[in-house]
Design a protein around this ligand. Sequence first.
Ligand SMILES: [Zn+2]
Length: 128
Amino acid sequence: MYSVKTVAVTPTEKRGRQYATPEAKEQDRIRQAKYRAAKRYDYSGASKRSQHMKRVRALMLLGGKCENCGNNDMRVLDFDHVKNNGAEHRRQGFIGHKMIKAVLQNPTDYQVLCSNCNRIKYFESKGY
Ligand SMILES: [Zn+2]
């Protein structure tokens, strides 16, 4: 067991908990780390599922397969900016869930391409 004593804080005293022994402090540190890790795991699981479903919804809204080759493997599908303004769009902060939200709001500005076709489109636009 660990023991924690909460003390009144004055400007000259160090803030925080005081521990009876260094072992108690170490045990409390481990306990807090485990608690935070468990919490982080729960949150990330829920938000990952939620974001994944939003991405799937946006992909299905735009047809659910590559416009160029017809690949429908969700793992390789990308949202492509039809007007080739993706870099500018990302600079404005539209990454991750914001990007997916933008797709759901303005579906006509985007198309679905697989990673290969998207990369080929990029290099062809650069003249390679
Ligand atoms: Zn493709």
